[in-house]
Design a protein around this ligand. Structure first.
Ligand code: GLA
Length: 739
């Protein structure tokens, strides 16, 4: 279905082929359609076509076929496979990747299934790798005999089938299914200390007994700070917990290595994580007004803007120069109403509390343009995938209102998975049972001073297999308007099925023009977020179809490879960023992410997370948080509430950074700012510490005398001919230079 799987990360372990493994690459039969009988070992599949698992079914006689297809094969599972293995506990079935969902039957018994993500069914899109473990004593396995393996696949759109490289049956190894779970948050204590508990977990019956070695090293010097080995024992349902505390840490990341070695088998498993460090200063109790300097709205449409301000509560808000039609709630800072007359209105905000007051100049721009600075918000996808529901959205909205909106965060966007199975009799789109009252939910979000976003596809189906807007565009735009929606992510997905093969530029633009026209008919400011993965160099024409942002890439994952691969590849698109129209290199992968009901801590190191937020801000990207907002740990919160970093993203000039230096060790990206200054990111792309220097006579720095460390919000004293910074592996030094 899609080019990139977001679910891949749930199956991070890669299982090396062993001499013992039984290859399942050959001998498969295939049929399109669906029948319960096809699971049966006695069903005669002689007349079925032979299929090669190297390719999707489209390439093997079924072009453009979406829906059900079955794969069958026969395999002898020798008893020796089990006898020769150490654990003898479970059998592993590797089915490379399935596009999109599957049920696996062994001799007629359902032994594994995918596609029940979030309590939905096989028709939900869950393209990705499949590796199942089946208890060795499962009676469905006929040891020493021929077994019939049948796989029922459902494809929602695009490519379909089972395809890839690794098709095998193997016995699970002792350390398969053993995890060192480090997902708990670090606790921050006195003396710059960190403490935490980690767990050794297994799904195997086997009694693990051995030693857990714990080691903390400084990646800058390779010095070992702390080392300890403890006895450890665990088995299924009885994890081993190890708690530790490390003190006197400097403001940088350290590396922790956990190695468990099992005594009986001699096998070991190692897990590495880094430690967090917070750079963002703690917000002052005195009032401070944050956020962009400008907000655009269309004349005559409902207006909603909350003045973002920090400081000890209660805060009192004032605004002078508000255009006619707007009123401010002095207690909440929410400005609402509607302005008829077009124009740029200079206003002054004042926020006061017991400790003082602060003013800020601001422009309310009433005209045709909205989204003058990139959207700051949350989107459900990277956290909840298709399992998003009303309560998760409310929790997110409440968390944003309590902890983030003071810094300018404003959008709460529901991604795929909200749509009902069928439209109403008159063709109206309905929400499914997870969203009992969409209007009520939107009212709740608006009541918090936030704005609400929704998701659809121009195709008949979304990427998750839900209803799209195909041939219902006007009606859907109207429904969004009735609900009070403020943001629409419009995702290509199955539109390929209803357009010409290999769509040319007009065909790529068409669905976005159609929805643009529909949105134009309703009287709401709806941010229009194009999602078609960058096809047809969308950055060159996204603004022409009124896109406030357009995705420039496939789906991001929470790995360095994915994040850096996307972020550092934005050079081509960057010059096209402008007020009201921004490149979208996809949503953030910080905090607890997971694309489904169960979440994990992002796999990015802390330095990689600093890089992620710095780079996205330099690129003037929409910043859409993709984590569980009900669980914002201290580090993640510090990352998302640095007003000087956010100011770079929100700079009113609206420029995207350009790549100024790129070599095998580091990159320098430079963004011009409205006040004549520049934001500069010095990125270490290697996995070793290094010093990155920029000559002060270099054109990029010439004439600038002040250097500010943006994350720490302090000026840097720099003497000598060059500006130099020691940058952590995959980390960043983000500076702002002023004249
Ligand atoms: C596509 C998009 C993602 C997300 C999913 C939803 O993959 O690129 O961002 O919206 O669809 O199914």
């Amino acid at each position: 279905m899609k080019k990139l799987s977001v679910l891949m990360l749930l199956f991070v372990a890669s299982f090396k082929a062993d001499a013992q493994d039984i290859s399942l690459k050959k001998g498969w039969k295939f049929a399109v359609g669906d029948s319960a009988q096809w699971a049966s070992p006695t069903y005669n599949d002689q007349h079925w076509q032979a299929i090669d698992l190297s390719y999707n079914w489209e390439r093997q006689g079924h072009p453009n076929y979406d829906g059900f297809g079955w794969y069958r094969t026969r395999v002898v599972i020798p008893a020796s496979l089990r006898e020769k293995s150490f654990l003898k506990d479970s059998l592993r079935l590797n089915l490379a990747s399935v596009d999109d969902n599957d049920e696996v039957y062994l001799n007629g018994t359902l032994i594994a299934k995918y596609g029940n993500n979030g309590g939905s069914n096989i028709k939900d899109g869950n393209y990705g790798p499949r590796s199942y473990t089946i208890a060795a004593n499962n009676p469905a396995i006929l040891w020493g005999k021929e077994n019939v393996l049948a796989v029922r696949v459902f494809d929602t759109g695009g490519d379909g089938g089972i395809y890839g490289i690794n098709f095998s049956l193997a016995m699970a190894d002792v350390m398969d299914n053993v995890t060192v779970n480090t997902d708990a948050d670090f606790e921050y204590g006195d003396n710059n200390s960190l403490s935490k508990s980690v767990k050794l977990i297994t799904k195997n019956q086997y009694q693990y007994q051995g030693k857990l070695a714990f080691k903390v090293t400084d990646p800058e010097t390779d010095a070992v700070l702390y080392e300890k080995t403890n006895p450890a024992a665990f088995t299924i349902g009885k994890p081993f917990t190890y708690s530790f505390s490390i003190a006197r840490l400097a403001k940088k990341s350290y590396t922790i290595t956990y190695t468990f070695t099992d005594e009986k088998s001699g096998k070991s498993v190692t897990h590495i994580e880094t430690t967090p460090y917070i750079l963002t200063p703690y917000p002052s109790a005195k009032p401070k007004i944050n956020g962009a300097e400008v907000f655009g709205a269309r004349s005559g449409n409902p207006f909603l803007y909350m003045i973002p301000a920090t400081g000890k509560k209660p805060l009192v808000y004032k605004a002078t120069g508000l255009p006619e039609g707007l009123k401010l709630d002095a207690a909440t800072g929410i400005i609402s109403g509607s302005v008829a007359a077009k124009g740029d209105y200079p206003v002054t905000f004042t926020v006061s509390n017991k400790l003082g007051s602060k003013t800020k100049k601001f422009t309310i721009s009433i005209g045709d343009k909205i989204g003058l600075t990139p959207a700051l918000g949350w989107n459900s996808w990277n956290a909840w995938g298709l399992s998003v529901d009303d309560s998760k959205v409310r929790i997110s909205a409440k968390a944003m209102a309590d902890k983030l909106s003071q810094h300018g965060w404003a959008y709460i966007n529901i991604d795929d998975g909200w749509e009902a199975e069928n439209r109403s009799a008159d063709g109206k789109i309905l929400a499914n049972s997870k969203f009992p009252d969409m209007k009520g939910l939107t009212d709740y979000v608006h009541g918090l001073g936030l704005r609400m976003g929704i998701y659809s596809s121009p195709g008949p189906r979304t990427c998750g297999g839900f209803l799209g807007s195909w041939q219902h565009e006007d009606q859907d735009a109207q429904t969004y308007g009735d609900w009070g929606i403020d943001y629409l992510k419009y995702d290509w997905c199955s539109y390929s099925e209803v357009t010409i093969p290999k769509p040319d530029l007009p065909a790529l633009k068409k669905p976005y023009e159609v929805m643009q026209a529909s949105l134009g008919k309703i009287h709401r400011d709806i941010m229009y977020s194009l999602c078609q993965y960058g096809w047809g160099d969308v950055w060159e024409w996204g603004a022409n179809v009124d896109g406030n942002s357009w995705r420039t890439t496939g789906d991001i994952q929470d790995t360095w490879q994915s994040m850096a691969g996307i972020g550092f590849d934005q050079g081509k698109a960057a010059p096209h960023a402008q007020p009201g129209h921004f490149n979208d290199p996809d949503m953030l992968v910080v905090g607890k992410v997971g694309w489904g009901p169960s979440l994990h801590t992002t796999r990015l190191t802390y330095d990689e997370q600093y890089t992620h937020i710095s780079l996205w801000s330099l690129l003037a990207s929409p910043l859409l948080i993709g984590c569980d907002m009900g669980h914002l740990d201290k580090f993640t919160l510090s990352l998302l509430t640095n007003d000087e970093v956010l100011a770079i993203d929100q700079d009113a000039l609206g420029k995207g950074a350009s790549q100024y230096v790129k070599n095998e060790n580091y990159q320098v990206w430079v963004k011009e700012l409205k006040d004549g200054g520049k934001a500069i990111g010095l990125f270490n792309t290697t996995d070793k510490y290094q010093t990155i220097s920029l000559d002060k006579a270099d054109p990029v720095l010439k004439g600038y005398t002040k250097f500010r460390d943006v994350w720490q919000q302090q000026y840097i004293i720099t003497t000598g001919k060059a500006f130099s910074a020691k940058v952590a592996p995959h980390g960043v030094m983000l500076i702002r230079v002023e004249k």
